[in-house]
Design a protein around this ligand. Sequence first.
Ligand code: MN
Length: 253
Amino acid sequence: MKAGLLDFHCHLDLYPDPAGVVAECERADVRTLAVTTTPRAWARNREFAAASRRVRPALGLHPQLVAERAGELTVFEELLPGARYVGEVGLDAGPRFFKSLELQKLVFARILKCCARLGGRILSIHSVRAARDVLDLVEEHLPPSNGKVVLHWFTGSMSEARRATDLGCYFSINAEMLRNNRHRKLVSALPADRLLTETDGPFTRLGDAPFQPSDVRIALDSLASLRGVAPEVLASTVLENLRTLVSEWDALP
Ligand code: MN
C-alpha cells in the first residue's frame, strides 16, 4: 500500500483559500499539522482543521511576533487545555528579532512550563540562530515524560543536533533546508527514527506559488535521495515516526 505524506508544519490559515488547502490535504492523503502564529488565530484554524481528519490544528505564539504580542500569552494559557499540538513557538535570534530575544525567552520558558504542567503536548519549535538556547530551555522546563518536541527547520550545529536527539527531539525537514550544503550534511546525520517532513508553506515557495502541503513530496524525494533510500520507503518511515510520536503522547501520564 502506498504510504501517505506528512506536512508537520504548515501555516494553513495564511493561504488565501484555507478550505481549498484542507480539501487538497484530504485528496492527496497528506497528514498536516496546521500551526498558528498567534493564539487569536486558534479558533479559526481549528474550524478549518475540523473539515478533515488529516489536518490537526496547533496553538502557537510565534517568536517573531513576541515583541508585539507577548500580552497574548494569557490567551495562549487559557486555550492550551484544548490543544494537543503546540506551534509555532520557540526562539528567533536572527538580526531582525534579536532585540526581543530576552522577552522571547521568558515567553518560551512559560509556554514550556505550561505544557509540562498539563503534560502530553506535541510542540513544533522554531530555533533560528538559537538552537542552544532552545535546547537549554527545553531541557530545563519540558522533560521528555511531560511532552514531545519536534524541531522545525533545525539549522543548529552537528553537536546541537546530537544533543537534541539525546533529549528525545524529532526533526521536521523541508525542501528549502535541503538546498543548503551545511544543512544537508546535518540532516544526513540525523537518526532515521526521528525524521518527519514539512513544507512551512506558504512561507516557502515553489517557483511563483507558495508550497502547498501536497508539495511536501518534494522534501520527501530530496530527503530520500540524500539518505540513499527509496521515496516510498522513507514515506513509510516518516509515517511510522509520526505514529510513534503520537503514541508516545498517548502513553504519557
Ligand atoms: Mn513556520
